[in-house]
Design a protein around this ligand. Structure first.
Ligand code: IMP
Ligand code: MG
Length: 184
């Protein structure tokens, strides 16, 4: 799927596929520098992080395994409440394992802070966070994010794994939706 397939539905491209690719290359270098050849378990949060996982993991020199979690945040509409339910748990035991959470976006940070507390209780060797996108709201919660791709304005974005009502995840870029798509 590309820009021509969603003509009129995307208001503007915020971050192009090329920009994402270039930034992920830099992030992979940062991550490699941190782990210094130690093994890491990449934990992707479904469904949004699939693109980031696939692309970032292939740029790492660090030996990596992948695992996935699916969580659902109770809340109204697009705002998360911080009350989280596990829909799919990790398949592996992370005790004494270097864990790197891979996220598509951190908005309120509530989902992530819950996830960190949950994974910490399993006593991993280390727990770090990488996200492609971060919104300004995230600054309000006490969550340290180790690797951030892009800080973006407080706008609803789609593409590169991010959806609106399940759509637009497969776009290779990150963009904002035209108001008429929201029914506006
Ligand atoms: P929060 O950080 O707990 O507010 O929730 C983050 C989750 O909300 C992300 O994993 C996304 O699934 C979703 N989300 C937040 N902002 C956006 C956006 O701009 N577009 C699409 N999904 C978003
Ligand atoms: Mg997510």
């Amino acid at each position: 799927m590309d820009a021509k397939d969603v003509e009129g539905e995307i208001e503007k491209v915020l971050i192009s596929a090329e920009e994402i690719d270039a930034r992920l290359t830099e992030m992979a270098a940062e991550i490699d520098a941190y782990y210094q050849g130690e093994k890491v378990l990449l934990v992707g949060v479904l469904n949004g992080a699939v693109m980031a996982m696939a692309d970032l993991s292939r740029k790492l020199s660090t030996p990596a395994q992948m695992d996935w979690m699916a969580v659902s945040s109770y809340g109204s509409g697009t705002k998360s409440s911080g009350v989280v339910r596990i829909l799919k748990d990790l398949a592996s035991d992370i005790h004494d394992v270097n864990v790197l959470i891979v996220e598509d976006i951190i908005d309120s940070g509530l989902t992530l802070s819950w996830l960190i507390a949950n994974l910490k209780s399993r006593e991993p060797k280390s727990l770090r966070i990488a996200t492609v996108l971060r919104k300004p709201e995230a600054a309000k919660v006490e969550v340290h994010v180790d690797h951030v791709g892009f800080d973006i304005p407080n706008e609803f974005v789609v593409g590169y794994g991010l959806d609106y009502a399940g759509d637009y995840r497969t776009l290779p870029f990150v963009g904002t939706l035209a108001p008429h798509v929201y029914g506006g």
